[in-house]
Design a protein around this ligand. Structure first.
Ligand code: GLP
Length: 247
């Protein structure tokens, strides 16, 4: 695990965008695994800025998103499709045919999970997977549990996740109870992983993820076993880490 300490949210976002840019320079048709949440918004903004300057080209990039709420239409402002389109895709020259997000409207989980797994396989796997960290240690929507779910699946969201994500909805009742998510196995099979973490509220869970035992009750702790994972954490998020890890 390579752990990089950033000064603040902006510094974390710039550093993450730099790593994604380097990936696209090395391989212009990379398969990027993308994430939603408030953490990656600054990274997407920075990439858009460099694209506008003419420094980045997304015309050959393929993307697969980690997750989507079950039951939300793509044009619902709370859907992850809408989030990705508004915060990233509509600002860059990506071909929307190359954009993949689980279909929240598919009622049949087996059908949707098979379809999405086939897409990832047909793309040849993920070159670089961007991740945020849930307050309870989730990645994608892989919630704390008794085992690591390997493949794409339909998950019942933890109450703590529903509470945390309610801020984006008019009321907590509107937060979907289920979501489709890449599994821990799908995430771990990415060539490279980039986890970004910001804010005091994530300091405790980040310490568990990096320094604690690998447990399904802390899903992101599995990243300790990945051969190429970079974590960029801002000062507040990294404040409880063993400082020796950051030198
Ligand atoms: C959601 C997403 C995760 C994301 C998490 C953290 O639950 N499914 O992929 O990492 O939120 O969100 P935030 O970055 O807003 O803290």
């Amino acid at each position: 695990m390579k752990i990089i300490k950033a000064k603040d949210y902006q510094d974390m976002s710039r550093k993450a965008a730099n790593i994604i840019s380097a990936q696209l320079i090395l391989k212009p048709n990379s398969v990027l695994g993308l994430a939603t949440g408030s953490t990656p918004i600054g990274t997407y903004k920075q990439l858009i800025e460099w694209y506008n300057k003419g420094d980045l080209d997304f015309s050959q990039v393929r993307t697969v998103n980690l997750d989507e709420y079950k039951g939300l239409e793509p044009d619902n402002p709370q859907s992850y499709y809408y989030f990705m389109y508004e915060n990233f895709f509509k600002h860059i020259n990506i071909d929307l045919k190359n954009v993949h997000i689980p279909n929240g409207l598919e009622e049949d989980p087996i059908k949707e999970c098979n379809r999405y797994q086939d897409i990832i396989s047909s793309l040849g796997g993920i070159d670089l997977q961007l991740l945020g960290l849930g307050n309870n240690g989730h990645i994608g929507f892989n919630e704390p549990g008794n085992c690591f779910n390997k493949i794409i699946h339909c998950v019942e969201l933890a109450q703590s996740t529903i509470d945390a994500n309610a801020r984006f909805f008019n009321s907590i009742e509107e937060v979907p109870r289920y979501a489709y998510t890449m599994g821990i196995g799908s995430i771990m099979s990415a060539e490279k992983i980039l986890l970004i973490v910001s804010g005091k509220g994530k300091a405790q869970i980040l310490k568990k993820v990096i320094e604690g035992p690998i447990l399904p009750s802390v899903p992101a702790s599995i990243l300790q076993l990945h051969k190429n994972v970079t974590i960029i954490a801002d000062q507040e998020a990294s404040s409880l880490l063993d400082q020796k890890l950051l030198d």
